[in-house]
Design a protein around this ligand. Structure first.
Ligand code: EAX
Length: 349
């Protein structure tokens, strides 16, 4: 009990420092106006404009498929005035490097977990809180609500403009043959598990008494193969599309965290686009979001039998003890999220 209390204190301090630092940066940086376009800024890009998009998974992932169609849509609608250059599999860096690249200008667009963006705009991690949703429909209704959509503007001071909210699915735990399946919350104790660099997911694992370590996704399969980690946690589509079943024997369907994925473009590119080009990109992003969400929800259903067919052993643990063990994560973020957002989340549940 003492460990949990000490843990709570450490995390609360870390989160508060992150938030205060974020506020200080915000007060020093001018916030670009979201609705501005080149007609208002008198700045137009040089055409053809190439936009470099980076993400961490392979191209077969639903984010890759949707972005391929986004590319076709934008290049056709702008008659090649805007070209979309796609870089999958961490070619432009890990998730945290991609977000840093949006700030320093080495990356122009990216899609990553909301909890990864929370390294900058802390409140964006709220949708990743443990066991917040029981299904995709309730998760999408939450993400598409005005309260959550408004949080996107917190990213503008970090040079990111949110175009859409893709979906990664519900995160589940996989383990190696040596470890065996996760059947009870006690099985999580001491588990050497890889997570994204995402404070909500890491704290959820810590509350389950596991030992979370953040590590780049593009290098994860090799790290699982050489035994650096005994476990990882990701949604079913990610496990299948990135062939993690080749290095993990067990899939325990915990659905412990819903993984929304904001699709963002550099703010300093966005404001230089004409209103017409902004509308083309916004419309293509909306279509890609719909395609991506449908793919993820369909694959979550279809890929269970595909994963069994390639040798994974799948179990469905009783989640009540997992929910109880992680209920304190919301409390840890009370101070950072503030009364209004906490009220929205608790009334939503
Ligand atoms: O989907 O790093 C992770 O585990 C993330 O889920 C990543 O975006 C792959």
């Amino acid at each position: 009990m003492m460990r949990k209390k000490w843990n709570f204190t450490i995390w609360t301090c870390i989160i508060l420092i992150l938030c205060l630092t974020g506020c200080r940066i915000k007060s020093e940086e001018p916030v670009s106006e979201q609705h501005q376009s080149s007609e208002e800024t008198d700045e137009t890009p040089e055409y053809p404009l190439t936009i470099r998009v980076g993400y961490s998974t392979g191209q077969d992932d639903p984010r890759g498929v949707a972005l391929d169609d986004f590319k076709k849509e934008v290049e056709t609608a702008t008659d090649g005035r805007i070209l979309i250059e796609i870089h999958p599999s961490g070619e432009l860096g890990s998730d945290s490097e991609l977000l840093a690249g949006m700030i320093d200008g080495s990356v122009d667009m990216t899609v990553s977990s909301a909890g990864n963006y929370a390294l900058y705009a802390t409140k964006l991690g709220v949708s990743a809180l443990p066991f917040l949703f029981d299904d995709f429909e309730s998760a999408w209704k939450f993400i598409d609500s005005p309260q959550i959509q408004a949080l996107g503007s917190d990213l503008e001071v970090y040079n990111m403009h949110v175009l859409a909210y893709f979906d990664n699915g519900f995160r589940c735990v996989t383990t190696s043959e040596k470890i065996g399946p996760i059947e009870t919350v006690e099985d999580m104790a001491g588990l050497n598990i890889r997570t994204p660099e995402n404070q909500i997911v890491m704290e959820t694992m810590a509350q389950l008494q596991a030992k979370p370590h953040s590590y780049p996704f593009a290098e994860l399969k090799a790290a699982l193969a050489d035994g650096s980690f005994d476990a990882q946690e990701n949604p079913i589509p990610v496990i299948y599309n990135n062939k993690l079943y080749e290095v993990q024997k067990y899939l325990s369907v915990t659905n412990h965290s819903y993984d929304a994925m904001p699709l963002t473009i550099r703010q300093d590119i966005w404001v230089k686009l004409s209103t017409e080009d902004q509308e083309i990109i916004a419309s293509a992003a909306e279509k890609a979001e719909t395609e991506n969400r449908n793919l993820v929800s369909q694959q979550t259903e279809d890929y269970v039998k595909e994963l069994e067919a390639v040798g994974m052993v799948i179990n469905y643990p009783d989640l009540k003890p997992f929910r109880e063990a992680t209920a304190g994560v919301l409390d840890m973020f009370q101070a950072v999220y503030g009364e209004e957002l906490i009220g929205f989340v608790t009334n939503y549940q």
